[in-house]
Design a protein around this ligand. Structure first.
Ligand code: SF4
Ligand code: SF4
Length: 173
């Protein structure tokens, strides 16, 4: 499902409806932090990583099923995430998005957070936004967005190989 951005101008409630839509046909970029957490929970890297390239950089993305392009960790019947407790940062941010520049969407305005200007959006296609009792604060989303960017900037093939070598020799990063 394509992300349809709308500016998030205030804190909002959110409750997932498990509509089966959002964990398909999307590139889920993984950071080394994500890869380590998932592999520490018993998954082989070969099982869940696919390599791709973006803007001249190698990127690690979550593997997907051939038959419906769904994430391999999504239960295709219930829509639930099988690795919810340690799902990737980008999945923790969804149905929101943090951008370091405006996307050109009507009504957008920056949030100053952590010494940076950030633009925060929600996915208009997600039926869980505005539902339930759990309030999501914009600062919470911004914090996760900054963490994702920090971790993604440190994710490359050399560090990935170092991580694997460290695991084989019993040491870790
Ligand atoms: S689109 Fe929204 S409601 Fe549907 S499964 Fe994804 S997060 Fe949940
Ligand atoms: S890891 Fe979980 S939340 Fe993320 S895309 Fe896969 S099933 Fe969805």
């Amino acid at each position: 499902m394509r992300f349809k951005p709308r500016p998030l101008k205030k804190d909002v409630s959110f409750e997932c409806k498990f509509c089966l839509d959002c964990c398909k046909e999307r590139f889920i970029y993984l950071t080394l932090y994500d890869i380590r957490r998932i592999s520490e929970n018993g998954h082989d890297v070969e099982e869940f990583i696919t390599l791709t390239s973006s803007e001249g950089k190698i990127r690690f993305v979550l593997s997907y099923r051939e038959w419906d392009l769904g994430c391999i960790f999504q239960d295709p019947e219930t829509g639930k995430c099988k690795i919810h407790e340690y799902k990737p940062l980008i999945c923790q941010i969804y149905p929101f998005m943090v951008s370091h520049k405006p996307l050109g969407v009507e009504g957008e305005e920056p949030l100053e957070y952590g010494g940076e200007k950030l633009w925060i959006y929600y996915d208009e296609n997600c039926p869980g936004v505005g539902e339930g009792d759990r309030i999501i604060r914009r600062e919470e989303i911004a914090e996760l967005g900054l963490k994702f960017k920090r971790e993604l900037d440190m994710t490359d093939m050399d560090r990935f190989n170092e991580m694997l070598d460290g695991d084989k020799s019993g040491t870790s990063l």
